[in-house]
Design a protein around this ligand. Structure first.
Ligand code: ZN
Length: 176
């Protein structure tokens, strides 16, 4: 268990370049563990994803959560509340023309929320923890989380994309 400090804006590491992973070695495995542990330690608010540069490592690795709200709302308790995925060297290979606008927040931007337009459907190419080339399709909130994290790897923070005002949590909760 190695919980790392989550960097906050305006830390320049959040705006810098990240490099591709080429060796799938012990160092990458440690980074993955740190990302998972750090995300798991975030409460109030919880996070839906975390990128390496948010913990100070400028490499193209992120962890994303695919939430199972839907199943739970239907009384299925035996499924986990989310499934976590590690994306190494992720790249969006296609995007729907259709976008939607939803509220977003970020563990690196405390107590600020804003509405961001994102593609509703994406296809992503990435590598898994062993370096195997994989693809996934994502829709809805999961697609949003992946786009938010890949933005981080490109030095983009969600506030760059906000339509309208950034608001504090108290205001955001009233709007939900
Ligand atoms: Zn973020």
């Amino acid at each position: 268990m190695a919980v790392q400090k989550i960097l906050e804006i305006p830390n320049p590491i959040l705006r810098g370049k990240t490099t591709k992973i080429t060796k799938f070695d012990e160092e990458v495995r440690k980074l993955i563990t740190d990302l998972k542990d750090t995300l798991a330690s975030a409460h109030n608010p919880e996070g839906a994803g975390l990128s390496s540069n948010q913990i100070g490592i400028a490499k193209r690795v992120c962890v994303v959560r695919n939430f199972k709200d839907n199943l739970q709302a239907n009384g299925v308790d035996s499924v986990p509340s989310f499934v976590e995925k590690i994306l190494i060297n992720p790249k969006i290979v296609s995007k729907s023309k259709e976008n939607n606008i939803e509220w977003e927040g970020c563990l690196s931007v405390p107590n600020q929320y804003g509405r961001v337009s994102r593609a509703t459907k994406i296809k992503v190419a990435y590598q898994d923890e062993e370096g195997k080339r994989m693809k996934l399709s994502a829709t809805g909130f999961f697609a949003r989380v992946i786009q938010h994290e890949i933005d981080h790897l490109d030095g983009i923070v969600f506030t760059d994309r906000v339509k309208g005002k950034l608001v504090p949590e108290s205001f955001f909760l009233e709007q939900e």
